[in-house]
Design a protein around this ligand. Structure first.
Ligand SMILES: Cc1ncc(COP(=O)(O)O)c(C=O)c1O
Length: 327
């Protein structure tokens, strides 16, 4: 859907107009500190976002693709490894896997949620892989690639069925990295843990994008990795900063992947409104669902509590996501 139909896909003007003074205040403040890449404003946002997601750490980076790539590298994905994901995602999920030197292996989605099917994941591991005698990890039978990681994508703000995916991953010794680039604040009730969990807090790490059109969007490019793993967090901090453990001590090969302070300050302002924005999106989505009920060429995507700002229309020919971003 686009503005020609009367409904813009995303309205980036109205919310920024409402927050203009606060956002300009961030620019003034950062100009006074002179700390533009990293620094106290970035650290303060990291603290807030980690708390929001319910994780010990947030490592602010330059964009969501880097968040995914750095998470894969830090979690020990090795060149030639096979990373299991879905094709029903944005292309960046696959770019990140390839840029980490690994190979994407696609499994099917659950047609009720359009997210990774834990059954398809299990079927792939059972029917196409065998256990490596040395490591115990699955080996893809035809390519002989080591399967080390599963990368579920929480699409349209809806968390995948993580209890089921975790149980398969545990059985096969796989790391789980969450692509939470479209799921800021989405929640999942884990029967296994008896608790609500936020996207980005369930796997070994979660990767977020703050591209401007996201529910939590920067005024430019930005991303983050969340994790409860201290060692992984320390490695991620090095990877995003040219592999530096401390100034000019480059301990590993890294990247220039830091978040800039202007983005961090603006994200911090917006983060305070995120729960309210998500609630409004859900209410708009509920309205669409109600109004479209009974329409025989549409299948609303099943959604769990805490999910999403999107509804999905489906016919036998096409499937599109409609962003309910007007609020
Ligand atoms: C599911 C998914 N993964 C990864 C990304 C990449 O994020 P970025 O554009 O910030 O690099 C996006 C961004 O649209 C996304 O939707």
């Amino acid at each position: 859907m686009n503005s020609e139909n009367g409904v813009p896909f995303v309205d980036l003007l109205t919310p920024h107009k409402e927050m203009e003074e606060e956002l300009v205040g961030v620019v003034r403040n950062v100009l006074k500190t002179g700390m533009f890449a990293g620094g106290p404003v970035v650290e303060s946002f990291e603290k807030d976002f980690a708390q929001f997601c319910g994780t010990e750490h947030c490592i602010a980076v330059s964009n969501g693709t880097d968040a995914l790539r750095f998470a894969l590298i830090a979690a020990g994905v090795e060149p030639g490894d096979c990373v299991v994901t879905v094709s029903n995602t944005f292309v960046a999920t696959v770019e990140a896997i390839l840029q980490a030197g690994a190979h994407p292996q696609f499994v099917d989605i659950d047609l009720r949620t359009f997210n990774m099917s834990a059954t398809a994941l299990r079927e792939f591991l059972e029917s196409e892989c065998e256990r490596c005698e040395r490591t115990g990890l699955p080996l893809h039978r035809t390519t002989r690639r080591r399967v080390s990681t599963v990368l579920p994508v929480h699409l349209y703000g809806q968390v995948c069925d993580m209890d089921a995916i975790r149980s398969v991953a545990d059985q096969y010794g796989l790391n789980i990295l969450e692509d939470a680039c479209q799921a800021h604040g989405a929640e999942y009730f884990s029967t296994r843990d008896g608790a609500w969990q936020r996207a980005g807090s369930i796997g070994k790490a979660g990767a977020f994008s703050f591209y401007p059109t996201k529910n939590l969007g920067a005024c430019g490019e930005a991303g983050a990795v969340t994790t409860n793993d201290d060692e992984l967090a320390a490695k991620l901090r090095m990877i995003r900063n040219h592999g530096q453990g401390m100034k000019y001590h480059h301990l590993i090969e890294g990247y220039n992947g830091r978040m800039d302070a202007f983005q961090a300050g603006m994200l911090q302002i917006k983060l305070r409104r995120l729960e309210d924005w998500n609630a409004k999106r859900r209410s708009v989505a509920a309205n669409y669902n109600r109004l479209l009920e009974g329409c025989d060429w549409l299948q609303p995507r099943m959604s769990r509590h805490g999910a999403a700002p999107f509804i999905t229309c489906m016919s036998f020919r096409f499937r599109v996501a409609v962003n309910c971003s007007r609020f």
